[in-house]
Design a protein around this ligand. Structure first.
Ligand SMILES: [Zn+2]
Ligand SMILES: [Zn+2]
Length: 155
């Protein structure tokens, strides 16, 4: 199979538009504001700083385990469908043979339940980058690092 299977995975935001993230360094969770595509307020950057421990990591290293599991699960469901479609296509050209796709061809990958994003944590706004607000656990508001430049600030 040369074809690449693109799977749109939608990770839910909380009601303020924040996306839950997990730091690959300290493994603690926070949230960053999810700018819509093309939003001029979105700060162009090649890495983000963890607001909790201040260590930087590349843009795509912030998925929580639940999000990864959900992503893989969703991809699995799409893969399952692609396999079934491929079988159906393969049998189409065979004269006189009728092929009914059935569940025995399934890879039995279950599509996961949608993720639920609770409205927890407190919103903090870095004075240096107010266009990139964050949500951190209550106990971290004393010292937060800016997502974009890593400068510490208190709220
Ligand atoms: Zn961290
Ligand atoms: Zn900043």
């Amino acid at each position: 199979m040369e074809e690449e299977i693109q799977v749109p995975v939608s990770i839910p935001l909380d009601s303020d538009g924040f996306l839950r993230r997990e730091c690959p360094t300290c493994e603690q969770e926070f949230k960053w504001f999810n700018h819509a595509a093309g939003d001029d307020d979105a700060e162009p950057t090649s890495q983000y700083f963890c607001p909790l421990c201040g260590v930087a990591a590349s843009l795509d290293s912030w998925w929580t385990p639940a999000q990864l599991e959900y992503g893989f699960g969703s991809a699995g469901g799409a893969l399952d469908q692609a396999v079934r479609d491929a079988f159906t296509d393969a049998f189409k050209g065979i004269g006189g043979m009728k092929f009914e796709p059935n569940s025995s061809l399934s890879l039995n990958i279950e599509t996961p339940d949608p993720l639920i994003e609770p409205d927890d944590m407190v919103i903090v706004e870095p004075p240096c980058h107010p266009n990139e607000p964050l949500k951190v656990p209550d106990s971290y508001t004393e010292r937060v690092f800016c997502l974009i430049c890593g400068s510490p600030f208190t709220t």
